[in-house]
Design a protein around this ligand. Structure first.
Ligand SMILES: NC(=O)c1ccc[n+]([C@@H]2O[C@H](COP(=O)([O-])OP(=O)(O)OC[C@H]3O[C@@H](n4cnc5c(N)ncnc54)[C@H](O)[C@@H]3O)[C@@H](O)[C@H]2O)c1
Length: 346
């Protein structure tokens, strides 16, 4: 089977590449613009880890905000499956300068879906999404698939827009779209601006970690996230591709909506407790007020959601189990990052 993986030079993309090479015999075209936070060293790291599998990968550089010319289309070949993970992904940047950010995410979805509809034998087009499209989840609420989408910031709005375009191409052009929504992903070689590398970086420098929070009755509430290792999301994708590759999931197969799956993190943890846990793994445990510096989101961070949560029963009910446990994989990620400091000093 041939898979086209976009955003392959990104954090989640290169873990997906490694996982698919380890667990399948699929050929993979790994594409990235390498100018929106994609880094070729991530793909090199995969080849170094799995030298005997490298011949199954073709790396193609292309900015998907621009149309796919005939030469690039030939390079992409005739994929059986497309996994669209390319995106601008930094929430803060989407707030600082929304227009180019949103335009990029919308343009790349259009480019890839326009390409997909020229492929008569395409079996699956997976659009990678986030829990953030649903907006905040109040305490006790875990959004099921197809909850109403109320995105809080331009990043989540652009992810919601990618999904809406994909749904319209499923309906209008019969592209075999599957939507996935995933919670917060952790792992090695994540961009230094994201929360876990930021925590490691600050604690290594002996500085308190800034944590967004709201003040209620004199108490700081930092909100919470569910986390999963990038390998778990990659495995969920492998599972879905294997499950659906020979099963109809097109509009013309009589479905009312495309397939959609939540990929749930196994553990909910408050953002300040995440700092405490990472400090423990670093051997830098201290009282919380010395590790964390709460910053009031009111005034400093518009569009901030205190809690995200998804209901993961649909995917689990089909028999998928996350292969990597949260705490163990976080500890491994922290230890790996300490040994490879270049990834937090870029
Ligand atoms: N990291 C998370 O916690 C998380 C959670 C849920 C969903 N997601 C989604 O997973 C995907 C990957 O996220 P990530 O954390 O690896 O982000 P990332 O920024 O590390 O990777 C995104 C990749 O997309 C590429 N890209 C962006 N615009 C492009 C364009 N115009 N043409 C070609 N390539 C382009 C970037 O160069 C980068 O390599 C994104 O779609 C993101 O929305 C991430």
């Amino acid at each position: 089977m041939k898979v086209l993986l976009t955003g392959a030079g990104g954090f989640v993309g290169h873990h997906t590449l490694a996982h698919l090479l380890k667990t399948t015999d699929w050929d993979i075209v790994a594409t990235d613009s390498f100018r929106h936070f994609g880094i070729s060293a991530r793909i090199r790291a995969v080849f170094e880890e799995l030298p005997s599998e490298a011949s199954r990968v073709k790396v193609v550089t292309h900015d998907l905000a621009t149309p796919i010319d005939s030469i690039t289309a030939r390079e992409f070949g005739d994929p059986d499956v497309i996994i669209n993970m390319a995106s601008d992904s930094h929430v803060d940047r989407s707030i600082t300068d929304p227009r180019p950010f949103v335009e990029n995410n919308v343009a790349l979805a259009l480019t890839l879906l326009d390409y997909a509809r020229t492929l008569p034998y395409l079996k699956t087009f997976i659009q990678i999404g986030t829990d953030e499209v649903y907006g905040p989840a109040p305490e006790g609420v875990n959004h099921p698939e197809w909850s109403p989408q109320v995105p809080s910031n331009p990043y989540s709005a652009s992810k919601s827009a990618q999904e809406a375009i994909a749904i319209s191409y499923w309906r209008t052009f019969n592209v075999p779209v599957i939507l996935t929504n995933t919670m917060n992903i952790i792992g090695e070689r994540q961009d230094v601006e994201k929360f876990v590398p930021l925590i490691i970086n600050m604690l290594q420098q002996g500085k308190p970690v800034p944590v967004h929070a709201v003040e209620k009755n004199g108490q700081w509430m930092s909100g919470s996230r569910f986390y999963l290792h990038a390998r778990n999301q990659a495995d969920a994708l492998r599972f879905l591709i294997t499950h659906f590759v020979d099963t109809p999931h097109k509009y013309t197969d009589g479905l009312e909506r495309p397939e959609r799956f939540n990929v749930r993190g196994e553990t909910e943890i408050s953002n300040d407790e995440m700092v405490v846990l990472i400090a423990k793994f670093l051997g830098k445990s201290k009282p919380k007020n010395e590790l964390v510096k709460f910053t009031n989101v009111e005034g400093t961070r518009p569009g901030h959601d205190l809690r995200y949560a998804l209901d993961g029963d649909k995917l689990m009910g089909m028999g998928w189990k996350p292969p990597v446990a949260f705490e163990k994989s976080l500890e491994r990620t922290v230890n790996w990052t300490v040994k490879n400091p270049i990834w937090i000093s870029l």
